[in-house]
Each structure stands twice: as C-alpha cells, then as structure tokens.
Design a protein around this ligand. Sequence first.
Ligand SMILES: Cc1nc2ccc(C(=O)NCC(C)C)cc2n2c(-c3cc(OC(C)(C)C)ccc3Cl)nnc12
Ligand SMILES: [Mg+2]
Ligand SMILES: [Zn+2]
Length: 344
Amino acid sequence: HMKVHPDDVTRVLNCARGHDLMLEIDRFYFSPRKVEESECVCYCLLMFDDLGMVQQWQLKKDTLTRFLLFVKKGYRDAPYHNWYHAFSVFHFSYLVIKNLHLVERGYISSLEALALMVSCLCHDLDHRGTTNSFQMQSGTELASLYSSEGSVMERHHLAQALCILNTDGCNIFDGLSSEQYSRCLDLIRDLILATDLAHHIRLVQDQEKMAAEGFDFHNSQHNQLLLFLLMTCCDLSDQTKDWKVSRTTADLVYQEFFSQGDLEKAMGNAPLEMMDREKARIPDLQIQFLSHIVCPVFKILAQLFPEADCLLQSTLKNRHCWEQASAFFARRWESGHSSLDILR
Ligand SMILES: Cc1nc2ccc(C(=O)NCC(C)C)cc2n2c(-c3cc(OC(C)(C)C)ccc3Cl)nnc12
Ligand SMILES: [Mg+2]
Ligand SMILES: [Zn+2]
C-alpha cells in the first residue's frame, strides 16, 4: 500500500513555515499548474491556513501534511487525471471561497467550505484515465464492485478518500465534534459522487432555475445545488484560464480519450468518435463541450455572483479561440494534417 516517509512531512512543514503565499495565487487568473510539484503540498497547507480553516477546525499541521502527501501519492500519472488536476481543482475551490466571500455572505457554512476543499483534493483519486462506460463495457474490477449503483469511478474515488482518512495519523477531522464529523463525511460523499458528468447533467436545469429566481438563503435545496455547482466549476476550472492552459488541458484530456479508444479497438469494441484518434476533430469537440457543459455552468455562477463574470468571459473567449482554430484546422485537415501542432 502507499507509504509516506516522516522526512517528507518534516520537509513540507519546514517549507510552509515562514513561507507566505506566492504572489497573486489568490487571483482567478493564476494558473496552479505553474506551481512546482514539490511545493504543491506546502501551498495546500498555506491555502487552508489563509482561509482560517487550520485555526477554526483545529487541523493539526502534521496530520494535514501526512493526509495531503497520501492524497498526492493516491493519484496515478495519467495524462490529465493526475495530482496536478486535483491540485488545480482544489486551488479553484480556494479561489471561489475567498473571492466570492461564500462563507461570510452565508451562501455556504464553514464546514461546507472545508468539505468542498477536501472533496476537490480527493475527487479523482486513483483515476485510471478511462470513463465509467469503459469500466462497464470491459468489466473491470471496479465495475464488478460498483456498477449496480452507477458512478463507478466516483464511488472508487470516494472509497480511496475514506481509506486515506482512516489511515493512521491522517484523520484531519479529529478536531470536529462527532456530529460535525458525520456531516462532513456526508458532504464529501455527496460532492465526490456529484462529479459524475451524468449527475451534473441531471442537476443543471435546477441550477439554472435557481440562478434565474435568485438564491434563496432559507432554501436548503438552493444551498445543496450551489455546492454541486461549485464542485463542477472547480472540476472545469482549467477552462477559465488563458488560452494556452485551456488548449493544453484539452490536449491532455484527448490523450486519455484516444488511449481509451485504442484499448477499445484492441478489445474489438468501436469507440465513441470523441475517443477515436482517427475520427475526432478536437476543435469542434471542444466547441461543443464548452457550449453545452462549460459556458452554461459559468453563466449560472456569474448570474449568482457578479464577481465571477470574468470567469464566464474567459470560457467564452476560449470557445472563440477554438472556433478560429476549427476554421484553420478544417483547411489543414482537408490537406491531410491532423495533429494540434498547427495551433502551437
Ligand atoms: C477539456 C475537456 N474536454 C472534455 C471533452 C469531453 C468530455 C466528456 O466527458 N464528454 C462526454 C459527453 C457526453 C459530454 C469531457 C471533457 N472534459 C472534462 C471532464 C469533465 C467531466 O465532468 C464534469 C466535470 C462533471 C463536467 C468528467 C470528465 C471529464 Cl474528462 N474536463 N475537461 C474536459
Ligand atoms: Mg472525475
Ligand atoms: Zn476531475
């Protein structure tokens, strides 16, 4: 099983001591993928501390450090679904909590903010770079464990998160009351399961209705819909950064998709066009993904929080870039070139 060396904990704690947050790390345009891998865990500590979470929830720094190191080790080196994805999703939860003043304004409780941050860190633990339908079609061991309930990968990510929390010296919630502890685990369960795309698609109309009506602080359903919306926004946050980040991320996602497509072909199954490196037209697929999934989500966020309008604008700008790339790509595609190198 995974192991974390005590020297690793000491090294991170020394790095965090007297270290102040990197300039502008708390701005929406900051890209967490710029942080050195060896400094990520230290920055997680600093972000928890910056939001007053360490103080408020009596988080012990060595326990939190050990937990973070286990989470980091719990990710595989898939092209996209790796530790850097988890770190960047976590960083975005820090950004929205801090910049939209979600707790001070009473949109979410401090416990919900803590659960959101921890869920972001753990939400894709031990991802293999393949989709839920791939698990089912190829009858993986995860499918045999979870396929009857659906959300196969998300149930595995949750199981891995609970396993780390139950590892000696990693229970960051041992300063919470038993009632707060069970509430926090319920939230983490709901939030990680909410990262299943199918779950999001079922909820998005209710989230749009909530944004149109205006957030009702006395409606617990609005509180829950907002938490799921925030989770999805964090999971998609690369698309709110500049074009280079947005395009690079798409590259990584399609590396995973095309590897899955190759596997499916080798198994005699026909992959989705999106997963078939011979057929997929990435710019057009990205225009669809941004139009149908990404921009609608950040439109809802911007309707609820005017400060978030810059995020919506970034996703629209990135979609425009893909539209220009698509026109250019179509011309090159016709003349036999197929890689994204033309966009470099
Ligand atoms: C750049 C980028 N392109 C993507 C292109 C297509 C798809 C895809 O699954 N299309 C299937 C059809 C039915 C829509 C996802 C993409 N994607 C994600 C992503 C989001 C996820 O789910 C949430 C977060 C709940 C939306 C889950 C998994 C992933 Cl990989 N993250 N970045 C990307
Ligand atoms: Mg996921
Ligand atoms: Zn994710």
